[in-house]
Each structure stands twice: as C-alpha cells, then as structure tokens.
Design a protein around this ligand. Sequence first.
Ligand code: FES
Length: 301
Amino acid sequence: MIKINYENEKTVEVDDLDLSLLEISLANDIPHVHACGGMARCSTCRVIVLDNHENALPPNKREKSLAKKKGFESNIRLGCQMKVKGPLKLRRLVLDNSDIRLSAQNSETTGKVKELAIMFTDIRNFTSFSENNLCYDIVHILNRYFFEMGRVINNNSGYIDKYMGDGIMAIFGLESDDGAESCKSAVKTALEMFSVLEDLNNYLEKYFNTRFKIGVGIHYGEAVVGELGHPSRMQFSAIGDVVNIASRVESATKAAGAPLLITESVYSKTKDVIKTGKIIKEMELKGKQDKYTLYEVLDMK
Ligand code: FES
C-alpha cells in the first residue's frame, strides 16, 4: 500500500501498482482531466511531480514523444501513462475548462525555466527629440533605429522580446544552455549597437541636428519563458526577477555615467573576454532591497 498526495486535493492509498496515475485518480473520484481518453495525445492529464520523483517510473515511448513535442520539463508527467512504485506528491495542472483551452494551444503556454541573459536598452534623449519633431519623423527615425538595432540582436542569436516606447528588451540563450555564450553574445550585441548608433547619429546630426545616446543593462539568471496573454494575442516572453533587475541596471546607466553596465552574474561569465571600466559597488537598484556590483563594459578583448 502506497500513498499518493494530490496537492490541495487529497491523499489516496494505492494497492495495485499496475494502474496508471489517471486510473488511480478516477478510482478515487478525483476529476482528472483526460481529453484524449488516455491515448497520450492531448496532455490534459499532465501533472507536476513535486517530491519523491524516483517513485515515478520513467516515461514510456508514447509519453516521451509527447513530452518532447510539448517541451515538458522532466517533472511534468502524463497521468495516463505514468505509473508509480512508491509514495509521492504531485499537483494536477489542468483543472478546468480554461486550462483545457490553453492546453490545446501552443505548447509554449506551459512555460519553462531557463537561464538567460536579458538586455534592456533605452534612448536617453528621445523625449526631447519627440517633443521637437513631427510625428512622421519620430516614427520614421524610431523604425530606422529599431531596424539597425534589431539586425545586430538577430545577428548575435538574440531574440527581440518587446519594444517599450523607444526601449528594447532582448533575450540571449533561448537556443542554448551555455550561459557564458549567452552572456558574451549579449555584451557583444551591446557593443555593436553603440557602433551602429554612431552611423545612425551621423544621419541624425545631418538631418535633425541631434545625436542619440543609449543606455544598456544586462543581467543573467533564471527566468520563466512561455507564451503569455489572451488567446487572441499570445506573445512569447520571459518573466522573473532577472528581467526586472536587467531593466533596473539599464536605468542605472544614467546615474552611473556608464552607457553599458552588466551585473556580477554576467561579469563572472565574460570577464576573460571583456575590458571593463568603472566598477560600481553597492549600487542600489530601484525596487530592489539587495545592493549590486555593476561593471562598466568598454570593449571586447
Ligand atoms: S489523457 Fe490525453 S495525454 Fe493523457
């Protein structure tokens, strides 16, 4: 006799270990969703194993195939395929009709934890530019700026996550598990952006009598990535403290008088290949209780 604890539901006792988890649930009046009837086709029966992972038998071929297609982490299991050999705790992930609808959409809605380098950029003096120029020119220049910067991001295997006014959030490391590579790509991108900006500034100076300055902040850490939003407009994005901190680091570039700042986590992965300038110790970041050491990056070695 073993016990299975369904978090926030109940604990059931199981004698027959030949049963699948789904069969155990249904035998114990747990409304375990199973839209495809247990054929390993829908994933609505999925659960997350919370502890005693070793008591869940390894996935069979059908489960492996669906998990690969959906990009599930190893602790996400199909109730209709999984069997147990000892006590464990789990949580059902599809509980109502809204969950079922989301399950039917893109697999990315399930979310994944990933280590990423997150970069935020902002044009320092864009507000004064927009106050003194025609709407047409503002949109034209901004799109020219986004085109040039986007090209650099794409060339360095980055992903443009979103635009925020004149700001850009970019992600590095979605396709790789090599954190050092992700951080190097992000720093290299930032440096190339400054170089591309020089060319754009020559144009701006000639036709608009202005030059842009940008601030860039980069932080590396764990984020949750997935498709977010209303079904009519889902958007892939990363969320988590790493994103908030990267944004705050970018904001700190102005006060620090350093256009490109990285955190300790990025520095530790790139120190062999970058030249640093100022080191700002015990920097307070807005909304954060901890203090951070930030490094100005001047160039690649
Ligand atoms: S019930 Fe459809 S995959 Fe398990």
